[in-house]
Design a protein around this ligand. Structure first.
Ligand SMILES: Nc1ncnc2c1ncn2[C@@H]1O[C@H](COP(=O)(O)OP(=O)(O)OP(=O)(O)O)[C@@H](O)[C@H]1O
Ligand SMILES: N[C@@H](CCC(=O)O)C(=O)O
Ligand SMILES: [Mg+2]
Ligand SMILES: [Mg+2]
Length: 440
């Protein structure tokens, strides 16, 4: 969209406020709301804000930042706030010198996309977004209660969860999402909404928007939507499987009809790169203490670093469809990740595989969970980090993933996450009281 079209649309639909959105390094959506009078100035990229209060941005002495709206992301929300129509535009963050800010996650993804572009590739991503819907209590705070006992693909009697999910899909469609599927997931109260794959930057924007819409609509149904990866022990957690392909000259570069598996050499190398960097990448794709409680055996989440054309136990699965749909499904990313940074490191790792011709190990077509440790060792199957601290240690040893993040984000991320880990280890958890309070 051109700036003049945006101004015309705002006037035509009586939009009162425009939210200028961006994310901090932890992936939390931030916004500055402006009135229509300021839109001209904002579209020219002249709107400044104080970056010193944003997680992982800058120090107070260098805090002036510019928001550069990306006109292609303009959209009017289908709902009103107290009767006011609101629109949003997603922005890149620029520094005081009017250069892309090195701490801006969206600009970081742009850099990785540029690297792919120089090699002739464009990355497509389709995420599978899982989440839980919980009731809110009389105080409006979320509980852990769901009133459905439904499971995978169930058609529950019409309940709030199903109604809310339908509303979410309708709203997203009104906002231009092409919804491919919505279904109940395996766990009670767990849902999935999948939208059609798109170019990497567009998909990352859509994931950020998706989370915002899902939470907003849930609230309208007195429900709390959570993208926390493992809210309840003993049942499945929520993943965000990333379906990835590279296109070259308008064709899927992962497809090769001559290959017995229908996969191109580039696809094999891309898998090789993802597997080689999986441990370091997990700090970004699974960025919370809680993320690693999902990555345990028995809940359809990956634990072992391997790939397969068939079964779902390894980290990477190759869904059966070929030609345009040929893709790699990376199964460890979760719903707490920053979609821009997660996409940037996945692309960086895959491109590294192509550049350095990293052959993946043989595919594993047996259920890895049923193997003995000795069998896994014999096949050279390693596992993902067991916790956030371990993942951070791998990230600190992986120059490729660090380069993908850029020095600024890498350092701020490590500092923020080490602090998070420290605070977690100092906390006394209910489990400890259960185990020790009466025993000692
Ligand atoms: N060439 C492609 N590149 C990237 N993503 C693609 C491509 N083709 C399809 N997709 C996307 O892959 C996702 C497919 O999700 P779908 O739920 O069908 O996958 P699945 O892994 O088979 O399901 P599940 O894991 O829930 O059993 C969608 O977002 C779809 O748009
Ligand atoms: N919820 C599972 C995935 C279920 C599925 O295969 O769709 C996970 O944590 O990854
Ligand atoms: Mg699923
Ligand atoms: Mg999947």
């Amino acid at each position: 969209m051109k700036p003049e079209d945006i101004i015309a649309a705002v006037k035509e639909h009586n939009v009162e406020f425009i939210r200028l959105q961006f994310t901090d390094i932890t992936g939390v959506l931030k916004n500055v709301a402006i009135t229509v009078n300021q839109l001209d100035k904002a579209l020219d990229g002249e709107l400044m804000f104080d970056g010193s209060s944003i997680e992982g941005f800058v120090r107070i002495e260098e805090s002036d930042m510019y928001l550069k709206p990306d006109p292609d992301t303009f959209m009017i929300f289908p709902w009103t706030n107290n009767g006011s129509k609101i629109a949003r535009i997603i922005c890149d963050v620029y520094d005081a010198n009017q250069e892309p800010f090195i701490g801006c996650p969206r600009c970081t993804l742009r850099r990785a996309i540029q690297e792919a572009d120089e090699m002739g590739y464009s990355m497509k991503v389709g995420p599978e977004n899982e989440f839980f819907l919980f009731h809110t209590g009389s105080d409006g705070e979320p509980t852990l209660k769901t009133h459905d006992k439904a499971g995978y693909f169930d058609l529950a009697p019409v309940d709030k969860g199903e109604e809310a999910r339908r509303d979410m899909a309708i709203t997203l469609q009104q906002m231009g999402f092409e919804i491919e599927a919505t279904h109940h997931e395996v766990a009670p109260g767990q849902h999935e909404i999948d939208f059609k794959y798109e170019d990497a930057l567009k998909t990352a924007d859509m994931i950020a928007t998706f989370r915002y819409v899902v939470r907003t609509i849930a609230k309208q149904h007195d429900l709390h939507a959570t993208f926390m990866p493992k809210p309840i022990q003993g049942i499945n957690g929520s993943g965000m499987h990333a379906n990835i392909s590279l296109f070259k000259n308008g064709k899927n570069a992962f497809y090769d009809p001559e290959d017995p598996n229908g996969l191109s050499q580039e696809c094999y190398y891309f898998i090789g790169g993802l597997l080689q960097h999986a441990k370091a990448m997990s700090a970004i794709t699974n960025p919370t203490v809680n993320s690693f409680k999902r990555l345990v055996p028995g809940y359809e989440a990956p634990v072992y670093i391997a790939w397969s054309e068939k079964n779902r136990s390894p980290l990477i699965r190759i869904p059966a469809k070929r030609e345009t749909s040929t893709r790699v499904e990376l199964r460890n990313p979760d719903t707490a990740c920053n979609p821009y940074l997660a996409t940037a490191v996945m692309l960086k790792a895959g491109l590294h595989g192509i550049k350095h011709k990293i052959e993946p190990p043989a595919s594993i077509d047996k259920n890895i969970y049923n193997m003995t440790p000795e069998e896994r060792k014999e096949l050279g199957i390693d596992r993902l980090p067991e916790n956030l601290l371990e993942a951070l240690t791998y990230l600190q040893a992986d120059g490729v993933i660090q380069e993908g993040l850029g020095d600024h984000i890498y350092k701020r991320f490590i500092d923020a996450k080490k602090y998070e880990w420290q605070s977690y280890t100092e906390a006394v958890h209910p489990w400890e009281r259960e185990q020790y309070l009466t025993k000692f």
